[in-house]
Design a protein around this ligand. Structure first.
Ligand SMILES: [Zn+2]
Length: 228
């Protein structure tokens, strides 16, 4: 995938830490507070912000993408972008707040419901989060498509019912062999042309495809309007 980041910028948009200094007007946090960060700082003034679709903000500041982020000892963020975390949450867990939030939004849009068969394409961090959320949402069969063995094994541990290696195995043959005829929701978590096409190919009639992976901005895929 790709995201527009022009060097030199300190990357890191999924992070947490301890407040070491506050601005004079900061009220909601104090030095020593443990916090995680929402890296997407929306303007609150553009058309999209005003209609409640802030993720389309035309003036978004991205901490770790358009301004310096979390791969550093210190990082300056505005007060409204930090969320206090309880002592029971580790910094590692808190840093996952951002990707889990993104996945939750995707899940809400995909509408996974009890009894669904869900296919997750890609077993990276996002795919593994999606897999767990699909499980919590009540999916009865979760299929993970992932070429790397340890990621397939992790998928099984986290709730996948079937993990298929798309390089070593023929996915369609495998699904037929397992008598899986319908995929209600296909979630693409890779961001490549082929895997985007696969998500559309494997989902059943009337099913839902969630294109979650970030493709290269120039990537295009052929689509038959008749199929939609
Ligand atoms: Zn805006």
């Amino acid at each position: 995938g790709a995201a527009k980041t022009v060097p030199p910028i300190i990357l890191g948009h999924e992070f947490s830490g301890i407040i070491s200094e506050t601005g004079k007007d900061a009220k909601s946090v104090k030095v020593g507070d443990r916090v995680c960060v929402d890296p997407n700082d929306m303007c609150g003034k553009c058309y999209y912000c005003r209609i409640g679709r802030k993720h389309f903000c035309e003036n978004m500041i991205g901490i770790g993408t358009t301004i310096n982020g979390g791969f550093a000892q210190y990082c300056k963020v505005s007060e409204k972008q930090v969320y206090k975390i309880s002592d029971g949450i580790s910094f590692e867990e808190a840093a996952m707040g951002e990707p889990v939030s993104c996945c939750l939004h995707g899940m809400d849009l995909a509408g996974v419901k009890a009894g669904d068969t869900v296919m997750i394409i890609g077993g990276g961090a996002i795919g593994q989060i999606m897999l767990q959320l699909a499980k919590i949402s009540g999916a009865s069969t979760i299929i993970l498509i992932e070429p790397v063995k340890w990621k397939r094994e992790l998928g099984y541990k986290l709730g996948a019912d079937i993990a298929i290696d798309p390089i070593g195995e023929n996915v369609e043959d495998k699904l037929r062999e397992l008598e899986i005829e319908h995929i209600d929701v296909a979630i693409e978590c890779v961001g490549l042309k082929n895997t985007m096409e696969d998500a559309i190919k494997y989902v059943s009639r009337g099913g839902t495809v969630m294109m979650f992976g970030l493709t290269d901005p120039e990537c295009t895929i052929p689509l038959k309007p008749f199929d939609i």
